[in-house]
Design a protein around this ligand. Structure first.
Ligand code: SF4
Length: 369
């Protein structure tokens, strides 16, 4: 489990500060701290935070890149599970800071370790664990759930490597229990031709997840009932509508979108895949992208020669990511100047050890592929 250490300088000192003064103070503090600090900005982060980031990327990339620096302090402008991953993968001498402790991930919060352990015991009680079952968790989950997978021959996956890892696990195990994003699990399972009735949904609030013992014995994939509150808002009719409005548009979506949306799109893939696809597309190409609005807006600004639309124009910001603001970044970084580490995210050693087993397994298996 992670624990949160004490805080010192308060956020109130920053709330009324004019924006430009705050940005200048962040820059000054950054300069003074030099290589002792690295600021990470997730792709979905807002512009007024991303302008201060030393490194930008997705959650796993950022944690790996930060661990390769000699920075003493890693300020993660992302959400809680990302900061935990940075602590798991970081050097023992590195301290990880989440500028706002309220920046959680609604998807990660849909699966708690107690619920997962309870589900596992229910599967044991009905004999499902007599067959070979592998627990697999998406990176967007708590350190405790990653550790659970590490302890039970399971693995962590990202949206980039879910396909090769499913390929390995489907051959070596009778079934998989996938946490916490049902849509990434279902979309990946569909790529292997698993029929929908062999991909059952586990509702943590019902006995046996709302399934019969027979359904669970027959299933190839058990999908935890979690979803991303951002990507879950895209609907299949958004795809129909944009195709009507923008003839020739190509629809490119993240696999955290529902099955219906992915089925209607032209392409689906991770955040890095989305960026690379747009980067490599010819000038004049037209895209409707189903992912977080900040990323799509930055792509549109970067490529004015391409026509880039958000798949649903009235959506979709990650509200929890948005809690990281220049105010709490300024507070975190100026406290470092005073020698205070605020909002430190610390994963306990035992959890860290087992979570690292699952992450190392992910790396070694995907390197072999
Ligand atoms: S975009 Fe979705 S999965 Fe990503 S941090 Fe926000 S709620 Fe979580």
């Amino acid at each position: 489990m992670s624990t949160v250490l004490e805080t010192t300088r308060t956020i109130e000192d920053y709330l009324t500060m004019p924006d430009e003064e705050m940005h200048e103070r962040i820059e000054l503090a950054r300069k003074e701290l030099g290589p002792r600090v690295v600021i990470l900005g997730h792709h979905y982060q807002r512009d007024d935070v991303i302008r201060h980031a030393d490194l930008t990327g997705d959650s796993y990339q950022l944690s790996v890149m930060a661990s390769q620096t000699d920075a003493e302090y890693i300020v993660f402008c992302g959400v809680h599970f990302m900061a935990e991953s940075a602590d798991i993968l970081g050097k023992p001498s590195q301290h990880v800071i989440l500028p706002d402790l309220g920046a959680g991930c609604s998807m990660a919060d849909m699966a708690t370790i107690d619920q997962v352990e309870d589900a596992w015991e229910q599967l044991r009680d009905i004999g499902v664990l007599d067959s070979k079952v592998a627990p697999i968790t998406y990176m967007n989950s708590s350190a405790a759930i990653k550790a659970f997978c590490g302890r039970h021959e399971g693995v962590v996956c990202t949206s980039s490597n879910a396909v090769p890892l499913f390929d390995i696990y489907l051959k070596e195990f009778d079934k998989m229990f996938f946490f916490p994003d049902q849509h990434l699990g279902r979309n990946t399972g569909a790529k292997f031709g698993i029929p929908l009735d062999k991909m059952v949904l586990w509702n943590p609030h019902e006995d046996l997840g709302g399934n019969t013992p027979e359904q669970l014995r027959e299933a190839k994939l058990i999908l935890w009932r979690g979803h991303c509150s951002v990507h879950g808002r895209f609907k299949d009719w958004h795809v129909d509508k944009i195709r009507e409005q923008v003839p020739g548009v190509q629809v490119l979506v993240h696999p955290e979108c529902t099955r219906e949306v992915v089925e209607k799109s032209d392409l689906d893939g991770s955040t890095s895949y989305i960026i690379k696809t747009v980067e490599q597309s010819p000038s004049g190409s037209k895209w409707a992208i189903g992912t977080e609005v900040n990323l799509v807006s930055r792509l549109a600004k970067r490529f004015p020669d391409k026509e880039i639309h958000l798949l649903a124009p009235d959506l979709c910001m990650c509200a929890t990511m948005y809690r990281i603001a220049p105010q709490n970044l300024a507070r975190a970084i100026e406290n470092l100047l005073d020698g205070n580490v605020v909002n430190e995210i610390v994963v306990d050693n035992e959890t860290k050890h087992h979570a690292k087993v699952a992450l190392d397994r992910m790396i070694s298996l995907t390197e072999k592929k």
